[in-house]
Ligand binder design. Structure first.
Ligand code: NAP
Ligand code: ZN
Length: 366
Protein backbone atom coordinates (compact mmCIF):
# COMPACT_ATOMS: atom_id res chain seq x y z
CA UNK A 1 0.00 0.00 0.00
CA UNK A 2 1.33 3.43 -0.91
CA UNK A 3 0.67 6.79 0.66
CA UNK A 4 2.27 10.01 -0.54
CA UNK A 5 1.42 13.73 -0.36
CA UNK A 6 3.82 16.65 -0.59
CA UNK A 7 2.48 19.88 -2.11
CA UNK A 8 5.54 22.15 -1.58
CA UNK A 9 7.19 23.74 -4.61
CA UNK A 10 10.86 23.18 -3.75
CA UNK A 11 13.82 24.81 -5.49
CA UNK A 12 17.39 24.04 -4.56
CA UNK A 13 20.82 24.87 -5.93
CA UNK A 14 23.06 27.90 -6.09
CA UNK A 15 21.11 31.21 -6.26
CA UNK A 16 17.79 29.36 -6.40
CA UNK A 17 16.04 32.21 -4.61
CA UNK A 18 17.03 34.76 -7.23
CA UNK A 19 16.29 32.35 -10.09
CA UNK A 20 12.76 31.62 -8.88
CA UNK A 21 11.87 34.85 -7.09
CA UNK A 22 8.83 35.47 -9.33
CA UNK A 23 7.03 32.65 -7.47
CA UNK A 24 6.92 34.92 -4.41
CA UNK A 25 4.53 37.28 -6.17
CA UNK A 26 1.71 34.73 -5.76
CA UNK A 27 2.11 34.82 -1.96
CA UNK A 28 0.92 38.38 -1.35
CA UNK A 29 2.08 41.96 -0.82
CA UNK A 30 3.24 41.92 2.81
CA UNK A 31 5.21 39.38 4.83
CA UNK A 32 6.74 38.72 8.22
CA UNK A 33 10.25 37.24 8.02
CA UNK A 34 11.14 34.80 10.82
CA UNK A 35 14.80 34.19 11.69
CA UNK A 36 17.06 32.95 14.47
CA UNK A 37 19.60 35.11 16.26
CA UNK A 38 22.26 35.98 13.69
CA UNK A 39 23.24 33.14 11.32
CA UNK A 40 20.92 34.31 8.52
CA UNK A 41 22.78 37.63 8.48
CA UNK A 42 26.16 35.90 8.34
CA UNK A 43 25.35 33.34 5.64
CA UNK A 44 23.70 35.89 3.33
CA UNK A 45 20.23 34.31 3.29
CA UNK A 46 18.44 37.22 4.98
CA UNK A 47 20.04 39.74 2.67
CA UNK A 48 19.12 37.64 -0.38
CA UNK A 49 15.49 37.44 0.77
CA UNK A 50 15.12 41.14 1.54
CA UNK A 51 16.80 42.11 -1.75
CA UNK A 52 14.35 39.99 -3.70
CA UNK A 53 11.34 41.28 -1.73
CA UNK A 54 12.40 44.89 -2.41
CA UNK A 55 12.79 44.14 -6.12
CA UNK A 56 9.31 42.64 -6.17
CA UNK A 57 7.72 45.47 -4.17
CA UNK A 58 6.72 43.20 -1.27
CA UNK A 59 6.66 44.95 2.15
CA UNK A 60 8.33 43.09 5.02
CA UNK A 61 9.34 43.26 8.65
CA UNK A 62 11.82 40.95 10.40
CA UNK A 63 11.16 38.98 13.62
CA UNK A 64 14.51 37.58 14.80
CA UNK A 65 13.62 36.18 18.22
CA UNK A 66 13.50 32.46 17.37
CA UNK A 67 16.02 30.33 19.25
CA UNK A 68 16.90 26.61 19.19
CA UNK A 69 13.96 24.38 20.14
CA UNK A 70 11.52 27.24 19.57
CA UNK A 71 9.01 28.12 22.27
CA UNK A 72 5.34 28.15 21.36
CA UNK A 73 5.04 31.30 23.52
CA UNK A 74 7.47 33.16 21.23
CA UNK A 75 5.56 31.93 18.17
CA UNK A 76 2.39 33.35 19.74
CA UNK A 77 4.09 36.72 20.11
CA UNK A 78 5.25 36.58 16.49
CA UNK A 79 1.73 35.58 15.42
CA UNK A 80 0.42 38.83 16.90
CA UNK A 81 3.19 40.79 15.16
CA UNK A 82 2.21 39.23 11.83
CA UNK A 83 -1.44 40.00 12.52
CA UNK A 84 -0.70 43.65 13.42
CA UNK A 85 1.48 44.01 10.33
CA UNK A 86 -1.38 42.57 8.20
CA UNK A 87 1.04 40.06 6.76
CA UNK A 88 -0.28 38.07 3.80
CA UNK A 89 2.37 35.38 4.25
CA UNK A 90 5.27 34.20 6.44
CA UNK A 91 8.87 33.56 5.36
CA UNK A 92 10.99 31.39 7.67
CA UNK A 93 14.78 31.53 7.21
CA UNK A 94 17.24 29.26 9.01
CA UNK A 95 17.59 25.78 10.39
CA UNK A 96 14.74 23.61 11.62
CA UNK A 97 13.99 25.95 14.52
CA UNK A 98 13.00 29.09 12.56
CA UNK A 99 11.38 26.95 9.83
CA UNK A 100 9.23 25.06 12.34
CA UNK A 101 8.44 28.33 14.13
CA UNK A 102 7.38 29.93 10.81
CA UNK A 103 4.85 27.12 10.31
CA UNK A 104 3.33 27.72 13.75
CA UNK A 105 3.40 31.49 13.27
CA UNK A 106 1.46 31.10 10.01
CA UNK A 107 -1.27 29.36 12.05
CA UNK A 108 -1.13 31.92 14.86
CA UNK A 109 -1.14 34.94 12.53
CA UNK A 110 -4.46 33.75 11.14
CA UNK A 111 -5.75 32.78 14.63
CA UNK A 112 -3.99 35.16 17.04
CA UNK A 113 -6.29 34.40 19.98
CA UNK A 114 -5.52 30.66 20.13
CA UNK A 115 -4.61 29.22 23.51
CA UNK A 116 -1.80 26.66 23.81
CA UNK A 117 -4.36 23.85 24.17
CA UNK A 118 -6.30 25.01 21.09
CA UNK A 119 -3.10 25.28 19.10
CA UNK A 120 -2.02 21.71 19.89
CA UNK A 121 -5.59 20.38 19.44
CA UNK A 122 -5.55 21.96 15.95
CA UNK A 123 -8.69 23.83 16.89
CA UNK A 124 -7.91 26.45 14.23
CA UNK A 125 -10.81 28.48 12.84
CA UNK A 126 -8.90 30.07 9.98
CA UNK A 127 -6.44 28.38 7.69
CA UNK A 128 -2.76 29.30 8.17
CA UNK A 129 -1.16 32.05 6.07
CA UNK A 130 0.93 30.78 3.14
CA UNK A 131 4.38 29.65 4.27
CA UNK A 132 7.69 30.17 2.44
CA UNK A 133 10.81 28.47 3.84
CA UNK A 134 14.49 29.16 3.17
CA UNK A 135 16.68 26.43 4.63
CA UNK A 136 20.21 27.13 5.89
CA UNK A 137 21.14 23.81 7.55
CA UNK A 138 21.32 20.36 5.98
CA UNK A 139 19.49 18.36 8.60
CA UNK A 140 15.81 18.50 9.42
CA UNK A 141 14.24 18.58 5.96
CA UNK A 142 11.58 20.83 7.54
CA UNK A 143 11.39 22.61 4.17
CA UNK A 144 9.33 19.68 2.86
CA UNK A 145 7.58 18.32 5.95
CA UNK A 146 4.16 18.96 7.43
CA UNK A 147 5.75 18.93 10.88
CA UNK A 148 6.54 21.65 13.39
CA UNK A 149 8.45 20.79 16.56
CA UNK A 150 7.85 23.29 19.35
CA UNK A 151 8.57 23.56 23.07
CA UNK A 152 5.47 24.02 25.23
CA UNK A 153 5.01 26.10 28.40
CA UNK A 154 6.21 23.13 30.51
CA UNK A 155 9.48 22.91 28.55
CA UNK A 156 8.48 19.75 26.64
CA UNK A 157 9.15 19.33 22.93
CA UNK A 158 6.14 18.19 20.89
CA UNK A 159 5.80 17.68 17.17
CA UNK A 160 2.58 18.74 15.53
CA UNK A 161 1.69 17.26 12.13
CA UNK A 162 -0.83 18.76 9.74
CA UNK A 163 -1.00 19.04 5.93
CA UNK A 164 -1.77 22.76 6.40
CA UNK A 165 1.79 23.16 7.72
CA UNK A 166 3.36 22.32 4.37
CA UNK A 167 5.16 25.31 2.87
CA UNK A 168 3.80 26.63 -0.42
CA UNK A 169 7.33 27.40 -1.52
CA UNK A 170 10.76 26.35 -0.26
CA UNK A 171 14.28 27.35 -1.25
CA UNK A 172 17.45 25.51 -0.35
CA UNK A 173 20.68 27.10 -1.49
CA UNK A 174 23.43 24.78 -0.18
CA UNK A 175 25.85 27.74 -0.16
CA UNK A 176 24.09 29.01 2.99
CA UNK A 177 25.12 25.86 4.86
CA UNK A 178 28.83 26.53 4.35
CA UNK A 179 28.97 28.80 7.42
CA UNK A 180 27.98 25.93 9.73
CA UNK A 181 30.80 25.07 12.14
CA UNK A 182 31.98 21.44 11.98
CA UNK A 183 30.06 20.20 15.08
CA UNK A 184 26.85 21.56 13.54
CA UNK A 185 27.57 19.93 10.17
CA UNK A 186 28.03 16.62 12.00
CA UNK A 187 24.99 17.00 14.23
CA UNK A 188 22.66 18.05 11.40
CA UNK A 189 24.17 15.39 9.11
CA UNK A 190 23.60 12.60 11.61
CA UNK A 191 20.01 13.88 12.02
CA UNK A 192 19.55 13.06 8.32
CA UNK A 193 20.80 9.51 8.87
CA UNK A 194 18.44 9.23 11.85
CA UNK A 195 15.45 10.40 9.76
CA UNK A 196 16.22 7.95 6.97
CA UNK A 197 16.84 4.99 9.29
CA UNK A 198 13.89 5.71 11.58
CA UNK A 199 11.61 6.07 8.59
CA UNK A 200 12.87 2.78 7.12
CA UNK A 201 12.27 0.94 10.42
CA UNK A 202 8.89 2.54 10.98
CA UNK A 203 5.71 0.48 10.73
CA UNK A 204 4.32 3.06 8.29
CA UNK A 205 7.19 2.71 5.79
CA UNK A 206 6.21 1.92 2.21
CA UNK A 207 8.04 1.49 -1.11
CA UNK A 208 8.14 5.27 -1.69
CA UNK A 209 9.40 6.22 1.77
CA UNK A 210 11.96 3.38 1.77
CA UNK A 211 13.26 4.69 -1.56
CA UNK A 212 13.80 8.14 0.00
CA UNK A 213 15.47 6.59 3.06
CA UNK A 214 17.94 4.50 1.10
CA UNK A 215 18.87 7.23 -1.37
CA UNK A 216 19.12 9.77 1.46
CA UNK A 217 21.75 7.71 3.32
CA UNK A 218 23.61 6.91 0.09
CA UNK A 219 23.88 10.63 -0.72
CA UNK A 220 24.80 11.55 2.83
CA UNK A 221 27.44 8.90 3.44
CA UNK A 222 30.48 10.17 1.52
CA UNK A 223 30.34 13.91 2.36
CA UNK A 224 29.47 13.24 6.00
CA UNK A 225 32.42 10.82 6.28
CA UNK A 226 34.59 13.52 4.79
CA UNK A 227 33.33 16.11 7.28
CA UNK A 228 33.82 13.68 10.18
CA UNK A 229 37.43 13.19 9.07
CA UNK A 230 37.91 16.96 9.32
CA UNK A 231 38.29 17.46 5.56
CA UNK A 232 37.13 20.69 3.91
CA UNK A 233 33.78 20.29 2.15
CA UNK A 234 33.29 21.52 -1.41
CA UNK A 235 30.08 23.11 -2.70
CA UNK A 236 29.22 19.74 -4.29
CA UNK A 237 29.60 18.01 -0.92
CA UNK A 238 27.34 20.61 0.69
CA UNK A 239 24.80 20.16 -2.09
CA UNK A 240 24.80 16.40 -1.56
CA UNK A 241 24.28 16.82 2.20
CA UNK A 242 21.47 19.27 1.56
CA UNK A 243 19.73 17.00 -0.94
CA UNK A 244 20.07 14.09 1.49
CA UNK A 245 18.35 16.19 4.17
CA UNK A 246 15.43 16.79 1.83
CA UNK A 247 15.13 13.07 1.11
CA UNK A 248 15.13 12.42 4.87
CA UNK A 249 12.29 14.94 5.24
CA UNK A 250 10.32 13.27 2.45
CA UNK A 251 10.80 9.90 4.14
CA UNK A 252 9.59 11.00 7.60
CA UNK A 253 6.67 12.86 6.05
CA UNK A 254 5.07 9.51 5.36
CA UNK A 255 6.17 7.64 8.45
CA UNK A 256 7.23 9.93 11.29
CA UNK A 257 10.24 8.84 13.36
CA UNK A 258 10.97 5.97 15.78
CA UNK A 259 11.92 5.89 19.46
CA UNK A 260 15.41 7.49 19.11
CA UNK A 261 13.87 10.83 18.14
CA UNK A 262 11.47 10.95 21.01
CA UNK A 263 13.99 9.81 23.60
CA UNK A 264 16.40 12.34 22.09
CA UNK A 265 13.92 15.15 22.81
CA UNK A 266 14.50 14.50 26.51
CA UNK A 267 18.29 14.89 26.17
CA UNK A 268 17.70 18.19 24.38
CA UNK A 269 15.17 19.49 26.91
CA UNK A 270 17.13 18.52 30.02
CA UNK A 271 20.78 18.59 28.87
CA UNK A 272 20.65 20.98 25.87
CA UNK A 273 22.13 18.35 23.53
CA UNK A 274 21.74 19.55 19.89
CA UNK A 275 18.81 17.85 18.17
CA UNK A 276 20.65 15.59 15.69
CA UNK A 277 23.19 14.39 18.24
CA UNK A 278 20.49 13.79 20.87
CA UNK A 279 18.54 11.49 18.54
CA UNK A 280 21.47 9.72 16.89
CA UNK A 281 22.81 8.65 20.29
CA UNK A 282 20.15 5.92 20.14
CA UNK A 283 20.47 5.04 16.45
CA UNK A 284 22.71 2.00 16.97
CA UNK A 285 20.27 0.78 19.64
CA UNK A 286 17.49 0.94 17.06
CA UNK A 287 19.58 -0.85 14.43
CA UNK A 288 20.65 -3.53 16.95
CA UNK A 289 17.06 -4.06 18.02
CA UNK A 290 15.86 -4.36 14.41
CA UNK A 291 18.61 -6.84 13.52
CA UNK A 292 17.48 -9.00 16.39
CA UNK A 293 13.76 -8.69 15.81
CA UNK A 294 13.68 -8.90 11.98
CA UNK A 295 17.10 -9.88 10.53
CA UNK A 296 15.73 -10.35 7.01
CA UNK A 297 14.26 -6.84 6.75
CA UNK A 298 17.36 -5.35 8.39
CA UNK A 299 19.83 -7.20 6.16
CA UNK A 300 17.85 -5.98 3.13
CA UNK A 301 18.32 -2.44 4.43
CA UNK A 302 22.13 -2.78 4.37
CA UNK A 303 22.02 -4.65 1.06
CA UNK A 304 19.92 -1.92 -0.59
CA UNK A 305 22.20 0.75 0.86
CA UNK A 306 25.29 -0.95 -0.48
CA UNK A 307 26.96 0.11 2.78
CA UNK A 308 27.55 -2.47 5.48
CA UNK A 309 26.56 -2.34 9.13
CA UNK A 310 30.08 -1.71 10.41
CA UNK A 311 30.53 1.26 8.12
CA UNK A 312 27.21 2.80 9.22
CA UNK A 313 28.08 2.27 12.89
CA UNK A 314 31.52 3.76 12.35
CA UNK A 315 30.01 6.88 10.77
CA UNK A 316 27.51 7.31 13.60
CA UNK A 317 30.35 6.94 16.12
CA UNK A 318 32.48 9.52 14.30
CA UNK A 319 29.66 12.08 14.31
CA UNK A 320 28.75 11.77 17.98
CA UNK A 321 30.70 13.90 20.44
CA UNK A 322 31.24 12.48 23.95
CA UNK A 323 28.27 13.36 26.18
CA UNK A 324 28.90 14.07 29.83
CA UNK A 325 25.48 12.98 31.07
CA UNK A 326 24.76 10.96 34.20
CA UNK A 327 21.23 9.85 35.15
CA UNK A 328 20.07 8.71 38.56
CA UNK A 329 17.60 5.83 39.06
CA UNK A 330 15.10 8.42 40.40
CA UNK A 331 15.37 10.50 37.24
CA UNK A 332 14.91 7.41 35.11
CA UNK A 333 11.84 6.31 37.06
CA UNK A 334 10.36 9.77 36.68
CA UNK A 335 10.85 10.08 32.92
CA UNK A 336 10.13 6.56 31.64
CA UNK A 337 6.31 6.87 31.69
CA UNK A 338 6.50 9.52 28.97
CA UNK A 339 7.30 6.77 26.45
CA UNK A 340 4.46 4.50 27.54
CA UNK A 341 1.93 5.54 24.94
CA UNK A 342 4.17 7.38 22.55
CA UNK A 343 3.64 7.26 18.77
CA UNK A 344 7.34 7.20 17.85
CA UNK A 345 7.79 4.20 20.15
CA UNK A 346 4.61 2.44 19.00
CA UNK A 347 5.46 2.97 15.33
CA UNK A 348 8.93 1.42 15.63
CA UNK A 349 8.89 -1.96 13.85
CA UNK A 350 8.63 -4.78 16.37
CA UNK A 351 7.41 -4.12 19.89
CA UNK A 352 9.63 -1.76 21.81
CA UNK A 353 8.63 -1.40 25.45
CA UNK A 354 9.26 1.28 28.02
CA UNK A 355 11.38 -1.25 29.92
CA UNK A 356 13.64 -1.64 26.87
CA UNK A 357 14.01 2.14 26.62
CA UNK A 358 14.87 2.14 30.33
CA UNK A 359 17.59 -0.45 29.71
CA UNK A 360 19.05 1.57 26.85
CA UNK A 361 19.15 4.72 28.99
CA UNK A 362 20.59 2.79 31.93
CA UNK A 363 23.30 1.30 29.70
CA UNK A 364 24.30 4.68 28.32
CA UNK A 365 23.88 7.10 31.17
CA UNK A 366 23.70 5.41 34.57
P1 NAP B 1 18.47 25.02 14.50
O1 NAP B 1 17.95 24.70 15.87
O2 NAP B 1 17.55 25.65 13.55
O3 NAP B 1 19.74 25.94 14.63
C1 NAP B 1 20.81 25.58 15.48
C2 NAP B 1 21.88 26.65 15.45
O4 NAP B 1 22.41 26.72 14.14
C3 NAP B 1 21.37 28.04 15.77
O5 NAP B 1 22.23 28.58 16.73
C4 NAP B 1 21.47 28.79 14.45
O6 NAP B 1 21.84 30.14 14.63
C5 NAP B 1 22.58 28.07 13.74
N1 NAP B 1 22.57 28.09 12.28
C6 NAP B 1 21.54 27.88 11.42
N2 NAP B 1 21.96 27.92 10.14
C7 NAP B 1 23.30 28.19 10.18
C8 NAP B 1 24.29 28.37 9.19
N3 NAP B 1 24.01 28.24 7.89
N4 NAP B 1 25.55 28.65 9.59
C9 NAP B 1 25.87 28.77 10.92
N5 NAP B 1 24.96 28.60 11.91
C10 NAP B 1 23.70 28.31 11.53
O7 NAP B 1 19.12 23.67 13.90
P2 NAP B 1 18.53 22.45 13.08
O8 NAP B 1 19.30 21.27 13.48
O9 NAP B 1 18.42 22.79 11.64
O10 NAP B 1 17.03 22.31 13.62
C11 NAP B 1 16.72 21.60 14.79
C12 NAP B 1 15.25 21.80 15.12
O11 NAP B 1 14.43 21.24 14.08
C13 NAP B 1 14.87 21.08 16.39
O12 NAP B 1 13.96 21.88 17.14
C14 NAP B 1 14.18 19.82 15.90
O13 NAP B 1 13.27 19.29 16.84
C15 NAP B 1 13.48 20.32 14.65
N6 NAP B 1 13.17 19.29 13.63
C16 NAP B 1 12.12 19.51 12.81
C17 NAP B 1 11.78 18.57 11.85
C18 NAP B 1 10.61 18.82 10.96
O14 NAP B 1 10.26 17.97 10.14
N7 NAP B 1 9.96 19.93 11.06
C19 NAP B 1 12.53 17.40 11.70
C20 NAP B 1 13.61 17.22 12.55
C21 NAP B 1 13.93 18.17 13.50
P3 NAP B 1 20.82 31.40 14.63
O15 NAP B 1 19.91 31.26 15.81
O16 NAP B 1 21.74 32.56 14.74
O17 NAP B 1 20.06 31.35 13.33
ZN1 ZN C 1 15.49 14.98 13.56
Amino acid sequence: MLHYYMPTQLYSGLHCLDRHKADLLQMGKRCLIITGESSSRRNGSLNDVTTVLEELGIAYTVYDQIRRNPLLAICMDAGWKAHEFSADFIIGIGGGSPLDAAKAIAVLAANPDLSEAEFYAKDWNHKPLPIVLVGTTSGTGSEVTKVSVLTDSKGRKHSIHDPQLFAKLAFGDPAYTSTMPLPMTLSTGIDVLAHCAESYFNKKADEISRGFSIRGIQLLYRPLKKAAAGEELTYEDREQLYEASILGGLAINTTGTCFPHNVGYYLTERYRVPHGTACAVFEMDLLDYEMESDPEYTNTFYKNLGIDRDAIYELIGQCLPPLDIRFTEEELAEILPRWENNNSVKNTRGTVTCEQIGEILRDRFL
